[in-house]
Design a protein around this ligand. Structure first.
Ligand code: C2E
Ligand code: CA
Ligand code: CA
Ligand code: CA
Length: 276
């Protein structure tokens, strides 16, 4: 047996140490970015597949750090969840989304049609006062202008509580979408009880749909299921004309993706989509 090396020289331990250090520093910098208003919202169009008309937009959070440049939400959102920053971040996103909706109303020839979709994380969803809290943070904007997106796995963490909260949200006038649908194993019986308006077909199925017969079947099945339960379907990550056509043929209602438009800063979004 080789003698165990000192921790400080073991490359594996060193790499772990650096990763931990980066996460710790990132937590500190993210906390500052939230409180000092350094985050930004981008907006991605959602369109009706049959007519090509704009039906709304999704709010996506962006963070540009002076030292690291753009940090991906797939890195900082899970970190915020893990380190207790997601409520502060989520509150900022809700307030800023409302402020932006009101600003567009004043500045643009055409106000945003339909609803602005806002992502809600599991920890926000755990707050029994969430609906009131959202109404408070978005005061001035009608709930009918907002859709809340929750992932399928967030719903399934505590399905009975989810059933209750989703009904409260719907009663208050918010629309509700189940995000990343197809990846979280929700049972059909719960799916019927959640008061959701839309299923968002996960990007992974859309990506492979044209080449992979199984993924195509999954997409078709999700659409059929949504129709049976009187929910609409929104496909994510549509990057090509072929994907858009096939989805339209399959009866998918709406789509989002680079083929229709990338997420854009508020002013660029308004110039491209609201001032026509
Ligand atoms: P998501 O909610 O599933 O958002 C869709 C992601 O797909 C976004 O990534 C979007 O930029 C990307 N996307 C859109 N169209 C296409 C396409 O055609 N092709 C490909 N490959 N990707 C496309 P993004 O902006 O990096 O966000 C990643 C995730 O971070 C989001 O996934 C969401 O879970 C989370 N997130 C972003 N903003 C917020 C926020 O304000 N609050 C919370 N709680 N989560 C957020
Ligand atoms: Ca989403
Ligand atoms: Ca998604
Ligand atoms: Ca996702």
């Amino acid at each position: 047996h080789a003698k165990r090396r000192d921790n400080s020289t073991c490359p594996y331990t060193q790499a772990m140490h650096h990763a931990l250090q980066r996460r710790q520093r990132m937590t500190e910098r993210l906390s500052v970015a939230i409180s000092e208003n350094q985050l930004e919202l981008y907006f991605q169009p959602q369109v009706d597949l049959a007519s090509g008309q704009l039906t709304g937009a999704e709010t996506l959070c962006r963070w540009h750090d002076a030292e690291w440049g753009w940090v991906s939400p797939s890195e900082f959102i899970p970190l915020a969840e893990e380190r207790g920053l997601i409520r502060a971040l989520g509150d900022w996103v809700l307030e800023e989304s409302a402020r932006q909706l009101m600003a567009w109303r004043q500045q643009c020839a055409m106000p945003l049609p339909g609803r602005l979709s806002i992502n809600i994380s599991a920890q926000q969803f755990a707050d029994p006062q969430l609906t009131h809290h959202i109404a408070h943070l978005t005061a001035g904007v009608s709930p009918s202008a907002i859709a809340l997106e929750l992932t399928e796995s967030d719903f399934m963490r505590d399905p009975d509580q989810a059933v209750e909260i989703t009904h409260t949200m719907r009663q208050a006038g918010y629309a509700l979408s189940i995000d990343d649908f197809g990846t979280g194993y929700s049972s059909l019986s719960y799916l019927r009880r959640f008061a959701a308006d839309a299923l968002k077909i996960d990007i992974s199925f859309v990506r492979e749909m044209l080449d992979n017969r199984h993924d195509r079947t999954i997409v078709q099945t999700i659409i059929a299921m949504a129709q049976a339960l009187e929910m609409k379907t929104v496909a994510e990550g549509v990057e090509t004309h072929e994907q858009a056509n096939l989805l339209a043929e399959m009866g998918c209602n709406e789509a989002q993706g680079y083929w229709f438009g990338r997420p854009l800063p508020a002013d660029d979004f308004a110039a491209a989509w609201l001032n026509k």
